[in-house]
Design a protein around this ligand. Structure first.
Ligand SMILES: NC(=O)c1ccc[n+]([C@@H]2O[C@H](COP(=O)([O-])OP(=O)(O)OC[C@H]3O[C@@H](n4cnc5c(N)ncnc54)[C@H](OP(=O)(O)O)[C@@H]3O)[C@@H](O)[C@H]2O)c1
Length: 263
């Protein structure tokens, strides 16, 4: 299958590690020009150099960006268009909000999670849409969580704002279809990254178990019997945002080894 990604311009948010990094690398493997954005400038450069070495694709660009700041997102998109002339693909991604329940979080916690996990996506989409419209189309992927189908215990902030991302994506799939802009939500289940280790450690402390015991039990609950890899997750995003996808929009795809039982 030809993914038609050669020379396409792709922006990946929160790209310095984990899922974002894996997505950036998969696009680079397919010959795209990839702009990686997250807060730590040195880390971003190291990651971009590493991806360039591993893929043989020199077209990796970095732009430091705190996605909770509207001005940073504006500058990221402006930098991309000034440097590469267009934006074909936007992959929205973010850091995870803290775990906890209703009595743990203040208004400020709610506001921070809103800005990090929902408003940042709105802002990035608003910046790229005029460019995609002018060039005749584009693809947007919004990374959320399997919680958009089945909520996760102790992740109240995440459960709330990821559902917002799914609603945003579905609404915009209707609004932007006439411009040939396709937009989908992709929800990771249990994909082995630092974030998952962090969540396993919280659970281990709560249950007075080791990290390994928690992981073993978690893996037993997944029909495919293991955590997913960031590469397995990234493959789905790359397909949905490729030229091979011309008819899937407004969907929520869960990448979870069969964990979620909701239809
Ligand atoms: N892994 C899973 O199984 C799983 C499951 C469900 C949901 N998710 C969600 O999917 C997203 C990515 O997960 P992950 O596992 O890849 O997480 P991760 O390993 O913790 O990576 C988070 C990334 O977000 C960046 N980031 C955090 N705050 C940022 C900000 N304000 N501005 C710009 N970049 C920021 C970090 O880079 P810097 O620190 O350099 O800025 C880093 O690159 C998270 O929201 C996570 O909650 C993951």
């Amino acid at each position: 299958m030809n993914l038609h990604l050669n020379e396409k311009v792709v922006i990946v948010l929160a790209a310095s590690k984990g899922l974002g990094r894996a997505v950036a690398e998969k696009f680079a493997e397919e010959g795209a020009q990839v702009v990686l954005a997250s807060r730590r400038s040195d880390e971003l450069k190291t990651v971009a150099d590493d991806i360039a070495k591993r893929t043989g694709n020199p077209n990796l660009y970095t732009k430091p960006c705190d996605i909770t700041k509207g001005e940073d997102i504006k500058q990221l998109v402006a930098y991309t268009v000034d440097t590469l002339g267009k934006v074909d693909v936007l992959v929205n991604n973010s850091g995870g909000p803290p775990a906890g329940g209703i009595e743990q979080f203040t208004d400020e916690d709610w506001q921070r999670a809103y800005e990090l996990n929902l408003l940042s996506y709105v802002r990035a989409i608003r910046e790229v849409v005029p460019h995609m419209r002018a060039q005749g189309g584009g693809h947007i992927a919004n990374i959320a969580s399997s919680s958009i189908k089945q909520t996760l215990d102790s992740l109240l902030l995440s459960n709330t704002f990821r559902a917002g991302v799914a609603g945003l994506s579905k609404s915009l799939s209707q609004e932007l279809a006439k411009d040939k802009i396709l937009i989908n939500t992709i929800g990771p289940g249990r994909i082995a990254t630092d974030r998952l280790i962090e969540l396993d450690d919280i659970k281990a402390e709560r249950l007075q178990q080791s990290r390994e015991e928690v992981r073993m039990k978690e893996e037993q609950s997944i029909p495919l019997g293991r955590y997913g890899t960031p590469e397995e997750f990234a493959n789905q995003i790359v397909f949905l945002c490729s030229g091979a996808n011309t008819y899937v929009t407004g969907q929520s795809l869960i990448v979870d080894g069969g964990l979620v039982k909701a239809l």
